[in-house]
Design a protein around this ligand. Structure first.
Ligand SMILES: [Ca+2]
Ligand SMILES: [Ca+2]
Ligand SMILES: [Ca+2]
Length: 263
């Protein structure tokens, strides 16, 4: 039958086209699928824009919350060096350092709030200030250099910063964690919508947000997310937080294409 032959040819052409075009699609824009799509993300799939954001907010707001003291031990698991179980990886420096050196002295690592806790003034009471999805080990001195700066490109090298840059009003993390930082910020923005005891956190295009509940620059963060798609370390960390600690996930690690859909 001629119709069948045409359909067969069309299917073959589509298959060739798919084979040609798929590899050129970047990981960040391809529609990811995860083992959680039919369960955890059931109410979000198929949605876009504000509807997707709202659905994700509801989903990820169901979580177990940690005390700030409990964060120390959690980070020793979530950020463990895959090559040395005695160590954690420091986010901006990229250095592997002994888990036992957690503390507040020079040479120690402490708990970096990637969403700077002064932006929205949520402190370290149980809530956004203890949310593992944006807490990372970092060298005490490098952490204080980052301070509460917004994220943007440019500046001079941060001493022992692993290639991170800073200037008077912004911080640029090393390339390998640019996407991690972007996805952590956007997780916080979707998780915290002002419907609990805390501020509605949102990204914007400013680098002088101070104590306002905003972090910039959104356009730069979106670029970073596309340039640095989730790797095994970031995915594992999301998994450990979900299974062992908070029982919620960072949707932008599972579905990087949702960055463009929500923001
Ligand atoms: Ca700047
Ligand atoms: Ca990365
Ligand atoms: Ca928000």
């Amino acid at each position: 039958m001629p119709g069948t032959r045409i359909r067969t040819l069309a299917l073959a052409a589509a298959a060739v086209l798919a084979a040609v075009t798929l590899p050129t699609t970047t990981a960040a824009t391809a529609n990811a699928s995860t083992a959680y799509d039919d369960t955890y993300y059931q109410d979000a799939l198929g949605k876009t824009g504000p509807e997707l954001k709202s659905a994700l907010h509801t989903i990820i707001s169901k979580q177990t919350k940690l005390s700030y003291d409990g964060v120390w031990n959690a980070l020793k698991t979530t950020d463990q060096d895959p090559n040395n179980s005695n160590n954690v990886i420091l986010i901006y420096s990229g250095v592997s350092r002994a888990k036992s050196l957690n503390g507040g002295d020079s040479g120690d690592w402490n708990r970096e709030h990637v969403w700077a806790k002064s932006h929205g003034d949520f402190g370290t009471t149980t809530g956004p200030g203890t949310d593992l999805h944006h807490l990372r080990p970092e060298d005490v001195t490098v952490n204080s250099i980052r301070g509460n700066k917004d994220f943007d490109e440019g500046g001079s090298a941060v001493p022992n910063g692993g290639g991170s840059l800073t200037d008077a009003d912004s911080f640029e993390p090393r390339d390998a964690v640019k996407g991690d930082v972007a996805r952590m910020i956007l997780y916080m923005a979707v998780r915290y919508e002002g419907d609990d005891a805390f501020a509605d956190l949102e990204p914007n295009e400013s680098v002088d947000n101070g104590s306002a509940p905003y972090i910039g620059k959104l356009a730069v963060l979106k670029k970073w997310s596309a340039e640095d798609p989730p790797d095994a370390f970031e995915k594992n960390r999301n998994e450990v937080i979900y299974t062992t600690y908070q029982h919620n996930r960072n949707p932008f690690i599972d579905h990087p294409e949702w960055v463009e859909s929500v923001y």
